[in-house]
Design a protein. Structure first.
Length: 355
């Protein structure tokens, strides 16, 4: 019953994600995790004879469930996540390692020595997923997702670490471990279904994340608030960002910014997310910091100022995060942006020739 419930829940959840998920990367990674984990639960049934030939592709894919879980966690909690070749290499590595461990006996090979490295890799992936969910909770502006981070860590990552650790523990009967882990995976399946359905109601799976520019007088953006109290809060926030440039403060948190504004933290979170359209507080700060840096890079008077100085003055902690954020937002490096601005200014300036 537990195996049937686990498999059915994961299967229905994967179909739901593939059918209704607007963010295709997030939906497909979730479906990949659900299908591979559901198959794992099914193939632990000791009394069902599986045909080796037709089940081989499913066996192979099931060994990537921990990497799929890690990638799904990143897509869910890291705004702007995009799959890279290295990500697929990690997933492929777990599939190959698990397949060699699983199929080695069919070719007369001893693969027992792969057990500990394989399980250690699974623990590292699950722990990494837990850290991804936990570390971003302070800056997450989507309240349901912010609350779900703790549940995600407790329900999913710790359960998966427990499943793996139980296989390493010596002296435990194999079938008891298998049955007990299916019980835990059933709890995880139900928890994942509840989590995904809750976040789906907040349109977490509806569309890819888009970068939003800050509303300033310079770019002519206007944010209209029908609530007078919210309008006053927005006015104070805009003044702090435009005139006092508080985004330049090192290590600025949303709690510290709320203290600057003189408003409860929950009200500021709701304003930045609901009215200004940001899902993450760091993205909001970086939008202001990048706008500040671009102004400096276009300024002829600051042509000789090092880019690292401009990045630090704008509030970035170091040059590396600034370069990555700038390239993501503008499609060019800060140096290329400065050179392009200089060339445009030269073309726009009148050419004065001596008589």
């Amino acid at each position: 019953m537990l195996r049937g419930g686990t498999v059915t829940t994961f299967l229905l959840l994967s179909l739901f994600l593939l059918r209704d998920g607007g963010d295709r990367t997030l939906a497909r990674l979730g479906a990949l995790f659900c299908l591979s984990t559901g198959w794992w639960a099914l193939n632990t049934t000791p009394f069902v004879p599986w045909s080796f030939t037709w089940a081989l592709p499913l066996w192979v894919l099931s060994h990537g469930k921990y990497a799929a879980f890690w990638l799904f966690s990143r897509a869910l909690f890291e705004d702007g996540f995009r799959l890279k070749p290295l990500d697929w290499a990690v997933w492929g590595g777990t599939v190959v390692l698990g397949s060699v461990w699983h199929l080695g006996g069919a070719f007369g090979l001893s693969t027992d020595w792969l057990g500990i490295p394989r399980q250690t890799a699974h623990i590292v992936l699950a722990a990494s997923a837990a850290w991804i969910a936990w570390k971003g909770r302070g800056g997450d502006l989507i309240e349901p997702r912010r609350r779900a981070r703790i549940a995600y860590v407790l329900l999913c990552s710790l359960l998966m670490i427990g499943v793996t650790a139980s296989y390493i523990a010596p002296g435990v009967p194999g079938q008891f471990v298998s049955d007990f882990n299916v019980l835990r995976m059933f709890v995880m399946a139900v928890g994942m279904a509840l989590l995904v359905s809750g976040l789906r109601s907040e349109e977490m799976f509806s569309a890819p994340i888009e970068t939003v520019a800050p509303a300033t007088a310079e770019n002519g953006s206007v944010v209209v608030c029908t609530d007078p109290a919210e309008g006053r809060l927005l006015t104070r926030l805009q003044r702090l960002m435009e005139e006092e440039r508080v985004y330049r403060e090192a290590g600025l948190t949303i709690g510290a910014l709320a203290a600057h504004v003189g408003a409860p933290e929950y009200a500021l979170r709701r304003l930045i997310n609901g009215r200004l359209g940001y899902r993450n507080f760091n993205a909001y700060l970086n939008a202001w910091r990048l706008a500040d840096a671009k102004t400096a890079l276009r300024d002829p008077a600051q042509r000789e100022v090092p880019i690292s100085t401009i990045a630090l003055d704008a509030g970035f902690s170091s040059l590396g995060p600034f370069n990555r954020a700038f390239k993501t937002a503008e499609g060019v490096t800060p140096t290329e942006y400065r050179d392009g601005a200089r060339i445009a200014q030269q073309k726009a300036s009148p050419i004065v020739r001596s008589a």
